[in-house]
Design a protein around this ligand. Structure first.
Ligand code: FEO
Length: 396
């Protein structure tokens, strides 16, 4: 029998620990993943979310350490993405009387589409709806498109717990369930990485969801219990404030230089850009795409003002590694008029690599103060000094 961990009196974490997962949809998860589910022992035994299907046995084992799963009356499905809903069919099989609550209409439709779960056992709920489970009354707030149409959060005023599903989560596997029992710097970094790679395209919706959460009154939230990673209890205001910053689209006076190179010419330009930012007093980080993962670069990108991307020209195109990064970045909808883009690269007979990079940065909606910085064959000392002067000019 596996262990359930108490979050508050009669509220238990019963999720799954995916210690060795190193990728979530291609985003690197160096600290593993958790699929959090929470069991509330009240007159109606209530399960908030489940786990990925492959962790059903772990979920059931932890629930069984508290109660026979057949006693579950209510399943709240805050989100139907399968890392949280995948074990609903297994629980429904064990709990013949359980009824499922999901957001209406999207969550209800998705339950039917994913698992064929429909009919009288399924109830749609909307913002403002409540459900009495005994001493507790749960209330629901829909947070559509953070990051699927069906997302919602569930609040227990009795416990002052916000079950926030993906929001405020982190990909982080740990035996300790609260942020203050773990390395806070690492937890904040993973929360930032999660936002940058999952939630970023939906900044406006995240802002609206934050407003709804704040409507509960931050003083009324003692614990945020997300569906990934650890719970927040000592830094609730800090993580909400961090999300405020992420969702605002605010950028800092800092730079990233992202590139790949064949024979080090584009790398020389990249290093000249780095030196230019350093000379101008702007913090900068260099990312060679051969050595860095897109998801880590996007974490740094989140609040960065100057985004420089470089490629040499290969067969009239940019390098595939650079194209892959730009596709990933563009998918995260980074449009932000405060951001400045710089394309650069080398070429032999046609400057198409840097030109194509520039076209993508423009499509992303960045300000482009310079034409692509394209240099023929191997840039010498003079062009490299010119690059530094250009940086000084647009940094101002
Ligand atoms: Fe963690 Fe959108 O699922």
């Amino acid at each position: 029998m596996l262990t359930a961990m108490q979050i508050k009196p009669d509220v238990y974490w019963v999720g799954g620990l995916d210690w060795n997962a190193r990728s979530f949809h291609g985003y690197t998860t160096e600290d593993g993943i958790t699929y959090n589910a929470y069991l509330i022992m009240d007159e109606k035994v209530t399960l908030i979310d489940t786990t990925k299907a492959t962790f059903a046995d772990e979920l059931i084992g932890r629930i069984s350490s508290i109660i026979d799963p057949a006693e579950i009356d209510v399943i709240i499905a805050n989100h139907i993405e399968m890392d949280h809903s995948g074990s609903i069919p297994a629980i429904l099989e064990l709990a013949p009387h359980a009824e499922v609550y999901a957001s209406a209409p999207a969550g209800v439709k998705e339950l039917a589409a994913h698992f064929g779960i429909a009919g009288e056992r399924v109830h749609g709920v909307k913002t403002g709806d409540t459900l009495s489970i005994g001493r507790r009354t749960l209330s629901f707030v829909q947070t559509a498109m953070v990051h699927w149409p069906d997302n919602m959060v569930t609040y227990s005023a009795y416990d002052k717990i916000l079950f926030s599903n993906d929001a405020f989560g982190q990909h982080f596997a740990s035996g300790a369930r609260f942020e203050d029992e773990n390395d806070l710097h690492e937890i904040m970094l993973q929360a930032c990485k999660y936002y940058a790679n999952i939630v970023q395209p939906y900044g406006k919706q995240a802002d609206a969801a934050l407003a709804a959460v704040k409507g509960l009154g931050i003083e009324n939230i003692e614990v945020i219990a997300p569906s990934h990673g650890v719970c927040w209890r000592s830094h609730v205001a800090d993580i909400i404030s961090a999300y405020d910053g992420f969702a605002s689209g605010a950028v800092k006076e800092k730079a990233i230089v992202v590139y790949d190179s064949m024979w080090h010419s584009t790398e020389k330009i990249a290093l000249a850009l780095v030196d230019g930012f350093l000379a101008s007093g702007v913090p900068v980080k260099l990312f060679d795409l051969k050595a860095n993962h897109n998801s880590d670069i996007m974490t740094e990108f989140l609040d960065t003002k100057y985004v420089c991307v470089g490629s040499p020209t290969l067969n009239s195109q940019m390098l595939p590694t650079v194209a892959g990064f730009l596709t990933y970045m563009r998918g995260l909808s980074p449009r932000n008029e405060k951001r400045i883009g710089v394309a650069f690269g080398s070429y032999g007979w046609a400057p198409l690599g840097p030109k194509n990079v520039g076209a993508v940065l423009e499509e992303c909606g960045f300000q482009m103060p310079e034409k692509p910085l394209a240099y023929n064959w191997i840039p010498g000392e003079e062009p490299l000094e010119e690059i530094k002067a250009k940086v000084a000019a647009f940094v101002g």
